[in-house]
Design a protein around this ligand. Structure first.
Ligand SMILES: *[C@@H]1O[C@H](CO)[C@@H](O)[C@H](O)[C@H]1NC(C)=O
Ligand SMILES: *[C@@H]1O[C@H](CO)[C@@H](O)[C@H](O)[C@H]1NC(C)=O
Length: 486
């Protein structure tokens, strides 16, 4: 009895090692002529076979050459072929770990074509083909599959139990198909392992709530580039481990109350590129503890949605680019601004900023105000954030050269990292009406403008601007020096 046990164990260990490709079966490529038009190269973990621009018969022939040897085929890549049908048993007897059939007009996958390699196959890529449905019968024995890529096909619906049997699958991607309907049992069998699901670039008009609800291991859900026009409370119920949700480039007009309330672990939310003009004050309820990245750009938002954002006290990255924000109220960032390191307000309609605006942004490192309507950005606006900022973008604003812009030059000079070249190279200009010409903010004609010149060091020494003013004779030599060097 014990002996049988030991033998069994030894066997199990050997098989395990072989699976890791350390138990070498003499790995060697067949000769070039045998394999032609396919090619074969040796890789550390097995063979790498490539067949391109050929047809079904040549592929079948190459497979029969491989069958005569006992080889581990780590990659089998069939690309740009004419392979309308994947015939039954084509891979019988082969040990294939990663299979790619890409851009090969594939529309029929016979049931017995993949079942024979189910014990070893971990990745299957059938992207850019002509599949119109999920070939469930062919998939059902792929019990080791981790990644399935069906991007760029012509699938119009996901039927009931479409992926049944793929109980180890972690990543499923169906980007750029024509999916308009998803059966409520479509993802049955994927509950325990599926971590990432990409349904982007399809024709969905609503969240397939019933189908998604059982996927409680899901971490990343991509639904961007669909035609979803409405979301509501309960749509994401069940997705309790979701970390990242992509809803960019849909047709949403509104973010209603409590719509994400089940997603308490959500870290990143992308709802840019919709047509959103209304964000309910409770829109982000439930996201308090974990949301750090929020993209709301390319919408139709008229004001910073402070009431909704207030609760997001972990928020680090707030992107509001390309909206229709013309005014920022003094309390726009009150309650949640403290953790924000990245704020993008580019391509809005902002005309002025007050001393209070950025007061709460105590961690701000990147501020983008490019392409707005700002005429003045006085130091009192910026002094609250200058000590933490590493990048400021003020380009494409109709700035007027005035003494109040001096902070910019001083701040640039004081940047700790002199290798912060991106910032140094930005050529931000203002208009000097008296001369009808532009000046770079780094070389304002301070003397001509009769400015009281402030020392470069005043910013660095005290963290905040100490406003040390250097008077008369020193000013002149200082100015001569600064003109020469900057
Ligand atoms: C797809 O394959 C065909 C040959 O079958 C080739 O002519 C074409 O360029 C390929 N398309 C892409 C996008 O690779
Ligand atoms: C932007 O807002 C202004 C009013 O603040 C409005 O007149 C204009 O139509 C809006 N633009 C767009 C594209 O919605």
């Amino acid at each position: 009895m014990a002996r049988v046990q030991v033998v069994r164990w030894t066997w199990a260990v050997l098989v395990g090692l072989c699976a890791l490709a350390t138990c070498e079966v003499q790995q060697q490529c067949p000769s070039r002529t045998e394999m032609s038009p396919c090619s074969c190269t040796m890789k550390k973990n097995g063979l790498d076979i490539l067949c391109e621009f050929t047809d079904q018969q040549h592929i079948i022939d190459a497979m029969s050459v491989l069958k005569r040897k006992s080889l581990i085929i780590f990659y089998l890549k069939l690309r740009h072929n004419n392979l309308r049908k994947l015939p039954g048993f084509v891979f019988l007897g082969l040990d294939i770990r990663h299979l790619t059939i890409h851009n090969s007009s594939l529309s029929v996958v016979e049931e017995s074509s993949l079942s024979s390699i189910g014990k070893m196959l971990t990745q299957l890529d059938v992207s850019q083909n002509s599949l119109t449905t999920v070939p469930s019968a062919a998939y059902k024995n792929l019990h080791q599959l981790l990644i399935l890529n069906m991007n760029h096909n012509k699938i119009s619906s996901l039927h009931s139990k479409a992926f049944q049997g793929l109980d180890t699958l972690e990543i499923l991607t169906l980007y750029e198909n024509k999916i308009t309907s998803i059966d409520s049992d479509a993802f049955v069998g994927l509950e325990k392992k599926l971590k990432r699901l990409n349904l982007g670039g399809n024709g969905l008009t609503e969240i397939p709530q019933k189908a998604l609800a059982p996927l409680d291991m899901l971490k990343k859900l991509e639904l961007q580039e669909n035609r979803i026009f409405q979301i509501s409370e309960g749509d994401f119920a069940g997705l309790k481990n979701l970390d990242s949700l992509g809803l960019a480039h849909n047709k949403l007009k509104e973010v209603p109350s409590r719509v994400f309330s089940h997603l308490t672990l959500l870290n990143s939310l992308e709802i840019d590129g919709n047509n959103i003009d209304t964000i309910h004050p409770d829109a982000f309820a439930g996201l308090e503890e974990n949301l750090q990245y929020l993209r709301l750009g390319d919408n139709n938002i008229h004001t910073i949605p402070t009431d909704a954002l207030k609760r997001l006290h972990r928020l680090r990255h707030l992107d509001l680019r390309s909206n229709n924000i013309s005014h920022i109220s003094d309390d726009a960032f009150v309650g949640y601004g403290d953790s924000i390191t990245f704020l993008n307000l580019q391509k809005n309609d902002i005309k002025s900023l007050t001393g209070m605006t950025f007061e709460n942004l105590n961690s701000l490192e990147t501020l983008n105000l490019q392409n707005n309507k700002l005429l003045h950005v006085p130091e009192e606006v910026m002094e609250n954030v200058l000590d933490t900022l590493r990048v400021i973008d003020l380009m494409d604003n109709p700035l007027i050269c005035d003494c109040d812009l001096q902070w910019y030059r001083n701040w640039i000079k004081g940047l700790k990292d002199k290798d912060d070249e991106m910032m140094q190279k930005k050529r931000t200009v203002c208009m000097y009406p008296q001369e009808h010409r532009e000046y770079s903010l780094q070389s304002l004609p301070l003397e001509k403008m009769n400015c009281v010149i402030k020392s470069y060091d005043s910013l660095n020494n005290n963290g905040k601007s100490a406003k040390i003013e250097i008077m008369a004779p020193i000013t002149i030599s200082f100015l001569a020096w600064s003109i020469r060097f900057f």
